[in-house]
Design a protein around this ligand. Structure first.
Ligand code: NAP
Length: 292
């Protein structure tokens, strides 16, 4: 069993840290809003610290799942950051969806203190985290990955090493590019079904057994038809992810016209007050357009 810290107990981090504890690992947590850390300790045991640095002291591994590049820099490299508590030979695993540049920058800063780093963004959403069946895309050294893999198995159905540091984030960008187009397609299809006077549920029951099937269709069609978006993967996070992918594409020359368009649609959802709505809220935008 490993001695670990988990920094960032949001929608994803809270249940992920819980799975580590349930597997018998010794878990110390940190969350910026301390009430969440107290609630976690009450539910799972373990202990909570007031800063990332304190939480990181004496740990074999430190896991992080915060918001964006800047949050990551603050939690790891800031004055009270984890870097200042970690000993040589320890490993930091970052589950935040961030840029490949941030991953390389943080890996270099940690390396100067002989601390290893893996970028390890996840896919599978809130339900995947709660049920411990996430997909983890990893960048870093093979021997470090081999040491971490049995520990992250607590919340991962699959974890794969994709290449050197940054490769996990690049793989996650591919994942988000796929999702953007699929969710918009699903929103258009469901609103078309409504306008055509069809029973949306029955339509999906039939077409989900054929070539149109997708994770988004299976897991989101009901709530999209019901107009429920107060859960899941926030639109703010999706825009962050799409902007990371669009920036990377500007560098590597990939053409992403659909991703750029759907990003603008998400900006419209934000203007409707949907910053924290699930990404399937592209359906709310469709309905608004159709009601005009
Ligand atoms: P969330 O619920 O908003 O939680 C974010 C966590 O990060 C909170 O614990 C927050 O602390 C902490 N945090 C943010 N900025 C911080 C800072 N500057 N210093 C210290 N702590 C900070 O987000 P989430 O849904 O768990 O997502 C976390 C990451 O996973 C994101 O990068 C997201 O893109 C990615 N992701 C999410 C999903 C999903 O379905 N939700 C799926 C795959 C990947 P407070 O509690 O104090 O706000």
């Amino acid at each position: 069993m490993a001695k670990v810290a988990f920094l960032g107990l949001g929608v994803m981090g809270y249940p992920m840290a819980g799975h580590l504890r349930q597997q018998g690992h010794e878990v110390t947590v940190y969350n910026r809003t301390q009430a969440k850390a107290q609630a976690w300790v009450k539910e799972y045991g373990g202990c909570a610290c007031a800063t990332p640095k304190e939480a990181a002291i004496g740990q074999d591994m430190v896991f992080v799942c915060v918001g964006n590049d800047d949050d990551l820099r603050q939690v790891i490299l800031g004055t009270d950051g984890a870097l200042h508590g970690m000993a040589a030979g320890a490993i930091l695993v970052d589950h935040t969806t961030a840029s490949a540049d941030a991953a390389r920058e943080i890996a270099a800063a940690l390396s100067a203190h002989s601390v290893a780093f893996l970028d390890a963004p996840v896919s599978g959403g809130q339900a995947g985290a709660e049920n411990g069946v996430l997909t983890v895309m990893v960048g870093g050294d093979a021997d470090i990955f081999a040491a971490v893999k049995p520990v992250i198995a607590a919340y991962a159905r699959s974890a794969e090493l994709m290449g050197p540091v940054g490769a996990g984030q690049l793989t996650k960008m591919v994942n988000q590019i796929c999702i953007a187009g699929v969710v918009q397609g699903l929103a258009e299809a469901l609103s078309f079904a409504e306008n055509a006077g069809l029973n949306g549920e029955k339509v999906v029951e039939v077409i989900s057994k054929g070539a149109a099937q997708s994770w988004q269709m299976e897991n989101r069609y009901k709530t999209m038809l019901q107009g429920q978006y107060e859960f899941g993967f926030a639109v703010d996070w999706m825009r962050k992810d799409l902007n990371i992918a669009l920036n990377e594409a500007r560098r590597n020359g990939a053409s992403l016209p659909l991703t750029a368009l759907v990003d603008q649609f998400y900006a419209e959802v934000q203007a409707m007050g949907g910053n924290r709505w699930d990404t399937s809220s592209l359906m709310a935008r469709q309905r608004k357009l159709q009601s005009k």
